[in-house]
Design a protein around this ligand. Structure first.
Ligand SMILES: N[C@@H](CCC(=O)N[C@@H](CS)C(=O)NCC(=O)O)C(=O)O
Length: 219
């Protein structure tokens, strides 16, 4: 019996992060799409999480928020073939890289995106410049500190890769990784070629016209 309900939107980066784990493990769940056609889904999300942010997982009525915590919960309560957070030092590295991709890539990438949605007179060019600088620093750090792959910590596909895939996918749209960072560009390309990441990118494809800065004509 399916006990999991997942609230999210296919174009949302943090939704994709959790979906990568669900799809890779083949975990059955009911997808509660946060779309205008289904206002009841947003209403229920807001009852569980007043910030109205997503994704949110309902497990037999118990809400779990934050994409990282959702993946930890899946590993603990609905384990599949993937070990998202390994034991010991490898697990600590995975947790660090997960924080890195969320805080220094994903969240910086959203600054110019949300700035584009601000009304005239309340734009924040200083904040955007700062975020773009941080993004470039994050790219340089990754170029110097990523291993030889194929994945973030080596041969295992982990939570860190779930975080890396949507963050690098969208970040490259606002600030190109470019040819001066070949290792990072190759890692992004490997992630996008992973079947579950491809699936998430394809599910988000019909919504690209929503991208406030204008989506480029490429993945
Ligand atoms: N820290 C949260 C971030 C979630 C988040 O920012 N989700 C975005 C969608 S990608 C959202 O809910 N945006 C709508 C809003 O902020 O009102 C996580 O890791 O799950």
């Amino acid at each position: 019996m399916v006990t999991l309900q997942f609230f999210g939107h296919p174009f949302s980066s943090y939704t994709q992060k959790a979906l990568i784990a669900l799809y890779a493990d083949g975990t059955p769940f009911e997808y509660r799409l946060l779309e205008q056609d289904h206002p009841e889904n947003m209403e229920e999300l807001a009852r569980h999480w007043p910030f109205r942010q997503f994704p949110l997982l309902l497990d037999d009525g118990q809400p779990i928020v934050e994409a990282t915590c959702i993946i930890e919960h899946l590993q603990a309560c609905h384990p599949g073939p993937n070990r998202w957070i390994p034991h010991g030092g490898a697990g600590r590295r995975v947790r660090f890289l997960d924080r890195f991709f969320d805080l220094y890539v994903m969240d910086q990438m959203t600054v110019p995106v949300f700035n584009a949605l601000r009304p005239e007179g309340s734009k924040d060019p200083y904040g955007v410049d700062k975020a773009m600088g941080r993004l470039r620093t994050a790219y340089d750090w990754l170029e110097s500190n990523l291993g030889d792959g194929p994945w973030a910590i080596g041969d295992s596909f982990t939570l860190a890769d779930c975080a890396a895939a949507p963050s690098l996918f969208y970040a490259d749209w606002v600030q190109e990784i470019g040819p001066s960072r070949p290792k990072l560009a190759a890692y992004r390309a490997r992630l996008l070629a992973h079947p579950v990441v491809t699936r998430c990118v394809d599910e988000g494809r019909p919504y690209r016209h929503y991208f406030p800065l204008g989506a480029p004509d490429r993945d």
